[in-house]
Ligand binder design. Structure first.
Ligand code: SAM
Length: 193
């Protein structure tokens, strides 16, 4: 794992960040991200529901600490590949799993919101499938990633075509850096009610 990380981290942003501030979590998301989360929480409070959120690939989790302290009524869950670098305050809330294996760790139709910022690397399609499986009907996910080929967009849009009535893409943006040969993408999706 460390060798793979060393190999990629010089050129690949997906290995460089581990506690991105929440404000920047979903760029190129069209809205300020923590504002979006606050709106989601406010909606749950109106319906007297305890908001359940999952972050796939938390990194250290440091980025969540202030937000969780301000919103103690939210249920936070996360995933990581190892417990070693996790912030002690969230360690107990983290399941060790790959992004393609979420369905073996969480019940279907569980989460109001699922987010992932560079946390589905190499498993984007499987992760998207699992994320939809785990969302409550009407739940939303914001998934951001980066790829060295430009096929991600087509693959994810094809997934949408194959699952027409299961989820809607509320917003999708793909920023292509042709010089680096990278594309940074963000999907905002909603599971059908
Ligand atoms: C680049 S870090 C990003 C951490 C944090 N989300 C952030 O934006 O700062 C990616 C994290 O997701 C995990 N990750 C990346 N791809 C993954 C995958 N396919 N399955 C499980 N975890 C993955 C890595 O182990 C790491 O903790």
């Amino acid at each position: 794992m460390i060798r793979i990380r060393r190999k990629y981290e010089k050129k690949h942003i997906a290995w460089k960040v581990s506690d991105t501030p929440l404000e920047k979590y979903a760029e190129p998301f069209p809205q300020e991200f923590s504002g979006y989360l606050n709106d989601r929480l406010a909606d749950s409070r109106k319906s007297m529901i305890r908001h359940r959120l999952l972050d796939v690939g938390v990194g250290t989790g440091n980025q969540w600490i202030n937000f969780l302290n301000k919103n103690p009524d939210m249920e936070f869950n996360g995933t990581a590949l190892a417990k070693t670098m996790l912030h002690p305050e969230i360690k107990q809330k983290i399941k060790i799993t790959t992004a393609a294996n979420l369905h073996n760790h969480f019940e279907p139709n569980t989460f109001d919101t699922i987010v992932s910022h560079y946390g589905t690397h190499g498993q984007e399609l499987e992760a998207l499938e699992d994320i939809i499986y785990l969302l409550k009907p009407g739940g939303e996910a914001v998934v951001t990633g980066i790829s060295h080929n430009l096929f991600e967009k087509k693959l994810l849009l094809n997934a949408k075509k194959a699952n027409q009535n299961i989820f809607d893409i509320i917003h999708h943006k793909n920023i292509i850096d042709r010089i680096k040969g990278e594309s940074k993408w963000c999907y905002h999706i909603r599971k059908a009610s």
